[in-house]
Design a protein around this ligand. Structure first.
Ligand code: 9MR
Ligand code: 9MR
Length: 730
């Protein structure tokens, strides 16, 4: 909020009264920071350079656009005029349209440019470009979109804008920065803890150069340091150096300045610097809720009607039982949407729900009081448990009551279109059964049973229900130890197929043992020889975390020194990568880390480190975990902060149906994009601009293999940011 107000002030808004509707906005591009309301993309790269807006054209099609967002909206009814200066070195036609809050647009206004680099003064009177039938609401215009057309097969080049004014405009602020923004300085765009490690990565730094930390907005130099030696990061093939300013601990807002390069994005140094990210990443689960309307009170501008009640779900032949044959209907309401799609998948719900619940289980004192502003915030349960309950209650409905198996997923036959949840009516089905679904379900239910036991008064009987369900699913899996799920031929939604169940058996056994202390869950389930960074398909380490969290209780059956040793073995390797080996000083350190959803690999690596820190108290582990968060918030080779709503260069076009289908410019906040990945994208017509594992990323809704969001990616982000906040607390 403060940020927005400050930013609006710096753009020179005209408020006739504090609450009055804006009638104009202007930007002269002279404050040295391109306002976040200018939204480019890979086809239109936007920079504020030399007191004007520079637009690098990278072969945009006629459909692609860049945007000037008018936050929250501007009343143009008295003066529907856009003025700006345009200069171009490329022969093209520029198209300008105003868009209202409901998405209605003016007709296209076109400017032909001759590409001679002479400045043209353009004035667009939108009232002359309206189709009456479309009835645009000039009282609430919330963005101006720009597109280009060109006769050339490719449109490369540069265009400049200056002195842009909409409506009555507003005084321009005189706060100028002599420093251009440099994309060669990569850092956590949110900021740093006074007592934490603080580093930036500098690409192609002059050898032995110095860097400076300057206060914003005075640009007063407060710290000078030397840039370290350069090394090549093999995953981006960039030559990078470390600028370490850990020694500078004073709270405030700053930029890094480097001669010959310019300035970094703004960042802050303050206690609880990741508090907001921790809250928003957990609140994302509320935004993913099915079957309930999201009210403006809790969801703000992302309010939407309820979608997918799932009270009449058809049993697919792959899921049939004698009790519930093919074609019968069951109710399987609540739960979270899995990702950018509208499916609900048990396997992925397993690790996602576990990870959020374990944040509570490991930091109960902190999460007893953290509020997410959700409908249940007033009740006696901690908000994080209320949120998990929304999904746990759904998961319970996914167990076939007689035989005890668990449906693999609940989706329509096909992926639905990119529109809001309530706009979909395709028949939903429960599909498949399998060993992985049964065991992941058993693990989460066993964990839920022991957590909710403490709240028996508020949730009478729930703990018992959960443990019974867990043991029943386990018994089914023991009798059916090798049932792999593959999509039936008439269902094409997410598969979450896995053919190796050793890790699922171990995880479920560990959870069941800790909750029940029954020997059947330890006999035959010794610690594994090797453990891996968790993912939806590799879950044995989740059980190891639980054994570690209940060392005293499991000491009779497990060698607790071995539990420690196995966690530290993983953590040592990751910490060495992040603290010593990696030129970017990040945990991401193998080619295989850059898979679909690579950002969740980074977050899960940080969780390994946090577990190691909780055991040993060694700062190296916490420092490396923090580097994982730094990576996600901007210290990476794409330069994006991968968390929507946070950072200067944010992901704006995630593959997320609600965000694509609403009329809101900003995507739902707190979402972690999947991240770059090492294989070629399966999406046709959605090419990356780069070819390295750490840079193959595209902030475009088309790029579901790099820019989707998912609950199993957000839950480790919520864990890491929440745990680090708790552990760094002064
Ligand atoms: O939108 C779907 C996304 O949620 C999935 O992760 C992805 C991979 O399973 O598939 C996406 O759907 C695409 C489908 O696979 C192929 N046709 C285009 C769909 C995207 O609009
Ligand atoms: O996270 C999944 C990833 O490991 C797979 O490689 C990918 C393709 O099968 O699917 C991912 O999961 C998607 C799921 O199938 C459907 N909902 C969206 C998930 C995230 O993209």
């Amino acid at each position: 909020m403060v940020k927005r107000l400050l930013f609006l002030a710096s753009m020179g808004l005209v408020f006739s009264q504090a609450t009055a509707q804006l009638t104009g906005l202007s930007d002269n591009f002279e404050d040295g920071v391109l306002a976040e309301t200018w939204i480019g993309n890979e086809k239109f790269e936007l920079f504020e350079v030399k007191n004007r807006l520079q637009i690098n054209l990278k072969d945009p099609s006629e459909k692609e656009q860049f945007i000037w967002k008018l936050a929250p909206s501007v009343d143009l009814s008295a003066h529907p005029i856009l003025d700006f200066k345009l200069k171009s070195g490329t022969v093209l036609t520029l198209i300008v349209q105003a868009v209202d809050v409901d998405g209605k647009t003016t007709d296209e206004f076109t400017v032909a440019e001759i590409g001679d680099l002479r400045t043209k003064e353009i004035s667009v009177d939108f009232s002359k470009h309206v189709d009456k039938a479309k009835a645009i609401n000039f009282k609430k215009i919330n963005k101006i979109v720009f597109r280009v057309k060109s006769e050339d097969p490719t449109t490369m080049g540069i265009m400049y804008f200056d002195d842009v004014k909409i409506g009555t405009g507003g005084p321009s602020n005189g706060d100028t920065s002599p420093f251009p923004l440099s994309y060669d300085i990569r850092l956590n765009q949110v900021g740093f803890y006074p007592a934490g490690q603080k580093i930036a990565i500098i690409k192609d730094a002059p050898a032995g150069a110095s860097f400076k930390i300057a206060q914003v907005p005075s640009y007063k130099i407060v710290y000078t340091g030397t840039i370290g030696a350069a090394a090549q990061w093999e995953y981006s093939e960039e030559n990078v150096s470390v600028a370490d300013f850990t020694a500078f601990t004073q709270e405030g807002e700053y930029v890094i300045l480097i001669d010959g390069k310019g300035r970094s994005f703004n960042f802050k140094i303050k206690n609880q610097i990741h508090h907001e990210v921790a809250k928003a990443s957990a609140k994302l689960f509320y935004f993913q809720r099915t079957a309930m309307p999201l009210e403006a009170k809790y969801a703000g501008i992302w309010a939407r009607p309820a979608g997918h009640p799932d009270t009449k779900v058809e049993v697919h032949s792959s899921a049939a039982s004698s009790n519930r044959p093919t074609g019968t209907f069951v109710s399987s309401s609540k739960g979270w949407y899995d990702a950018g799609d509208y499916g609900k998948y048990i396997v992925n719900s397993g690790i996602s729900t576990y990870t959020l619940l374990s944040l509570y289980e490991q930091f109960p004192k902190v999460y007893d009081t953290v509020k997410f502003d959700i409908p249940e915030s007033g009740n006696k349960l901690p908000d994080i448990l209320d949120e998990c309950l929304w999904n746990v209650r759904w998961m319970l409905t996914m167990q076939e009551p007689t035989e005890g198996f668990v449906y693999h997923k609940l989706t329509a036959h096909n992926f639905e279109g990119m529109t809001l949840p309530h706009e979909h009516t395709a028949q939903r089905l429960v599909v498949g059964k399998g060993t992985a679904a049964a065991l992941d379900f058993a693990a989460v239910m066993a964990q839920s049973a022991r957590i909710f036991k403490k709240f028996n008064k508020e949730l009478p009987g729930l703990s018992d229900t959960c443990i019974k369900a867990a043991e029943k699913a386990w018994a089914w899996a023991v009798k059916n130890p090798n049932v792999a799920f593959t999509n039936p031929s008439d269902v094409v939604t997410g598969e979450y197929g896995d053919g190796n169940f050793t890790d699922e058996f171990l995880w479920a056994a560990n959870e069941l043992y800790v909750t029940t202390k029954k020997e059947e869950y330890t006999n035959g389930y010794p610690l594994a020889n090797s453990y891996g960074v968790p993912s939806w398909a590799m879950v044995n380490t989740l059980g190891l975390y639980t054994l570690n969290n209940y060392k005293k209780e499991v000491a009779a059956k497990y060698d607790t020194a071995q539990i420690t040793a196995k966690i530290l073995k993983m953590a040592d390797e990751i910490a060495k990568e992040a603290n010593v080996k990696s030129p970017y000083r990040v945990p991401m350190g193998t080619y295989y880390d850059f898979v679909w959803g690579s950002n969740s690999v980074c977050a899960n690596e940080a969780i390994v480190l946090i577990n190691a820190y909780r055991i040993t108290g060694k700062q190296d582990y916490l420092k490396a975990a923090l580097s994982g968060l730094d990576y996600l918030l901007g210290r990476n080779a794409t330069m994006y902060s991968f968390v929507t709503g946070y950072g200067s260069k944010q992901v704006m076009y995630p593959h997320h149906r609600p965000s694509a289908g609403d009329k809101v410019v900003e995507p739902v906040p707190g979402m972690l994009a999947g991240g770059p990945q090492n294989t070629n994208n399966p999406e046709s017509g959605c090419a990356y601009s780069s070819d390295f594992p750490a840079t193959k990323f595209k902030d475009n809704v088309c790029s579901y293999s790099t820019n989707e969001i998912a609950i199993n990616w957000n839950s480790p982000l919520a864990y890491v940011s929440g745990a680090i906040e708790a552990l760094m607390k002064k």
